[in-house]
Design a protein around this ligand. Structure first.
Ligand code: PLP
Ligand code: COI
Length: 345
């Protein structure tokens, strides 16, 4: 009998115990571009370590950004993406902010498709996880002065993942960070700059050691308005009205955030993008966070300044559940997609 090639075989992975963690897959995409020139055609290659100058802009000055998106296997065999053109456009905005070469939307989407197809065996079975796609754009050229690098790399890899927060749809406990802020007006909080994430690691680790799932950041000027939950956007519900922090440039314009707003409005809810005072949020009826990795994750409690707000007695709120069910049904291809959000890969 012929031996099955590794690339065709099912990976030895327990789909049901996956978490949001790294697994090496088969293939990745890489393209390069000299400052001021067009991108060279990208190539697919085996997943491998990079060769990088010690003086590369990204490792010296953090000139880089990442994106995050998911591919899901629908029941009927289609592989569905979720609004990938918005990731492409957000990466373009971020590249401009960080002084990097801009990847054309078509090139971005083509790379994502190639990576999905060449790692197809890593896409979890329907309903048992997702293939998380991680595009990176960074200054790979050597530079000593603080200035844009002379060369850029666009890379895409993919990893099969399970739930971002332990326990999936179990409501999470969060803690407001009283000491640290994530972003300040005029900074890079509104783009997915890699440098936005390292400063959150220590506060987040400390909160996790205290039993919280993540940190909630407040605005850096008044230390009063909710910004974000670690790596997801914040929502709360009061008297059937849905509130989410307005985009001021310091929070990430999440694609799940936008989709949740559009979906909730289509279901007849009033959604206000506004300043969300932490005191107001603590008195809300329901709270949840939204992101590609987190999808819609219910918040069970928030600690702030020694006080603890609990929501729905630790159960998932009715509106949170309705939005989660509606969004995930579209994302997984279990419900019609009237918005045209889920192109096939
Ligand atoms: N906020 C931050 C800081 C993030 O890193 C993410 C993750 O991408 C989000 C919010 C949610 O954005 P999206 O829904 O586009 O994944
Ligand atoms: C995402 O939701 O895609 C994120 O980027 C979150 C995170 C893992 C940083």
């Amino acid at each position: 009998m012929m031996e099955e090639a590794e690339s065709d075989s099912e990976p030895s992975i327990d789909w049901d115990s996956m978490t949001f963690s790294f697994t090496e897959t088969d293939r990745m995409y890489i393209a390069k571009c000299k400052q001021g020139e067009d991108w060279q055609p990208g190539v697919m290659q085996d997943f491998q370590d990079l060769q990088l100058s010690p003086a590369a802009g990204v490792i010296n000055y953090g000139q880089g950004l990442f994106e995050g998106m998911k591919a899901r296997r629908a029941e009927d065999g289609r592989i569905l993406l979720f609004r990938p053109e918005l990731n492409a456009r957000r990466a373009q905005e971020g590249s401009r902010r960080l002084g990097m070469a801009v990847v054309p939307e078509e090139m971005f989407l083509d790379a994502v498709h190639q990576v999905i197809h060449e790692n197809e065996r890593w896409i979890p079975p329907t309903g048992r996880g997702e293939l998380y796609i991680r595009p990176l754009i960074f200054g790979s050229g050597a530079i000593l002065g603080v200035a844009p690098a002379p060369e850029y790399t666009f890379l895409v890899y993919a990893v099969p993942v399970g739930p971002y927060f332990k326990g999936g749809m179990n409501p999470i406990s969060l803690k407001v960070s009283d000491e640290y802020h994530r972003a300040a007006p005029g900074g890079s909080g509104g783009v997915k700059a890699i440098g936005n994430y390292a400063p959150g690691m220590m506060p987040s680790k400390n909160a996790k050691a205290e039993g919280y799932a993540e940190i909630i950041y407040l605005d850096a000027v008044h230390h009063r308005y909710v910004e974000e939950v670690g790596a997801a956007n914040f929502f709360c519900v009061k008297d059937n009205v849905i509130y989410t922090p307005e985009l001021t440039g310091t929070i990430l314009p999440g694609i799940t955030r936008l989709s949740t707003i559009e979906l909730a409005r289509s279901l007849g809810y009033q959604v206000l993008e506004t300043k969300v005072d932490i005191e107001f949020a603590m008195g809300a009826d329901e709270a949840f966070c939204a992101g590609t990795a987190a999808v819609i994750s219910p918040i069970g409690s928030i600690e702030h300044g020694g006080k603890i707000a609990t929501y729905c007695d630790g159960e998932v709120g009715a509106i949170t559940k309705q939005l989660y069910d509606a969004l995930s049904a579209i994302q997984e291809g279990r419900a019609p997609d009237p918005f045209g959000w889920t192109p096939s890969a």
